[in-house]
Design a protein around this ligand. Structure first.
Ligand SMILES: Nc1ncnc2c1ncn2[C@@H]1O[C@H](COP(=O)(O)OP(=O)(O)O)[C@@H](O)[C@H]1O
Ligand SMILES: [Mg+2]
Length: 247
C-alpha cells in the first residue's frame, strides 16, 4: 500500500450551539486505506463524515482532500461531492427511478456522461455489487440489503477518490448485513479508500487498516484492529468494547 495522504483533518473543531461536537480532530486517511470509526452514539462520528464532503461546515481547523482545502461553493463543491462518495444508513435511493436510473443519474447530470456510457458503467458496477439482474426494478421491489448495494454502486458510479460509509448496515435485517459487508470487503481489497462508521466489529477486524475510536467529539484512540481489539489502551474504549462485544 502507498501512504499518500488523501484526506487530512487538522485541528478540526465544530459546534452545534453550545455543543462542542468535534474537538481538535486530527486524522489522516491514506490512499487505499480503510479506516473504521467506532464509538458510542452521539460521539460525533456522523458529523465527522459529513464535514469531509462539506455537508457540514467546520468552525476551525482545516480539511484537505488530495492536498487541496475543501472548496466552499460552486463547481468546485459539486466536484468535491463526486470525489467523496457517501453511503448512508437509510439508502436514500430515488423511489420513482429504477435501480439503473438511480446509478446513472449522477454520472449523466453531474459528470455529463452520455447515457450509453453511463449505463454500461452502471451495469458493470451493479454486477460488481451482485445485483445486475435487478437493474430494471424499483427500490421498493428490493430487499434492504439489495437497496444498500445499489447505493454503493451509485457512489462508485461517480468514480470517487474516497467513500464514506455511515453505519451502512444498521438499518438492515440481520440476514442482510453480511451481503453488504461482503461487497464492502471486496471494495477494500480492490484498494478503494474508505472511511467506515460501523458497529460491525468482525468487518473492522477483517477489513480495516486502522480503527479510530471516538468519544465525546474526540479521537480517543487510533490503532491497528488487532491492537485495538485485544489491547485497548483507554478506559473509554475498554468500556465501550465490553458493552458491544458481550451483548
Ligand atoms: N444538526 C445538528 N444540530 C444540533 N445537534 C446535532 C446536529 N447533528 C448532530 N447533533 C448532535 O451532535 C452530537 C454528535 O452527533 P453525531 O455526529 O450524529 O454522533 P454519532 O454519529 O456518533 O452518533 C449529538 O449529540 C447530536 O445530537
Ligand atoms: Mg451517526
Amino acid at each position: 500500500m502507498t501512504s499518500t495522504p488523501l484526506v487530512v483533518l487538522e485541528n478540526v473543531n465544530k459546534h452545534f450551539g453550545d455543543l462542542h461536537v468535534l474537538r481538535d480532530i486530527n486524522l489522516t486517511v491514506n490512499s487505499g486505506e480503510v479506516v473504521v470509526v467506532i464509538g458510542p452514539s452521539g460521539s460525533g462520528k456522523s458529523t465527522l463524515c459529513r464535514t469531509i464532503n462539506r455537508l457540514e461546515t467546520i468552525d476551525s481547523g482545516e480539511i484537505r482532500l488530495d492536498d487541496q482545502p475543501l472548496p466552499a461553493e460552486g463547481r468546485a463543491l459539486a466536484r468535491l461531492r463526486s470525489d467523496v462518495g457517501m453511503v448512508f444508513q437509510s439508502f436514500n435511493l430515488f423511489a420513482h427511478k429504477t435501480v439503473l436510473q438511480n446509478v446513472t443519474l449522477g454520472p449523466m447530470k453531474v459528470l455529463r456522461k452520455p447515457r450509453g456510457e453511463a449505463e454500461a458503467h452502471a451495469m458493470e458496477l451493479l454486477d460488481r455489487v451482485r445485483i445486475g439482474n435487478q437493474a430494471q426494478k424499483y427500490p421498493a421491489q428490493l430487499s434492504g440489503g439489495q437497496q444498500q448495494r445499489v447505493a454503493i454502486a451509485r457512489a462508485l458510479a461517480m468514480s470517487p477518490k474516497v467513500i464514506l460509509f455511515d453505519e451502512p448496515t444498521s438499518a438492515l435485517d440481520p440476514e442482510m448485513v453480511q451481503e453488504v459487508l461482503d461487497v464492502m470487503t471486496d471494495l477494500a481489497k480492490d484498494g478503494m479508500t474508505m472511511v467506515v462508521v460501523t458497529h460491525e466489529m468482525g468487518f473492522a477486524r477483517r477489513a480495516a487498516n486502522r480503527v479510530v475510536f471516538m468519544a465525546d467529539g474526540e479521537i480517543v484512540e487510533e490503532n491497528t484492529p488487532d491492537e485495538f481489539f485485544t489491547n485497548p489502551r483507554s478506559e473509554r474504549a475498554q468500556d465501550f468494547l465490553s458493552k458491544i462485544l458481550t451483548h
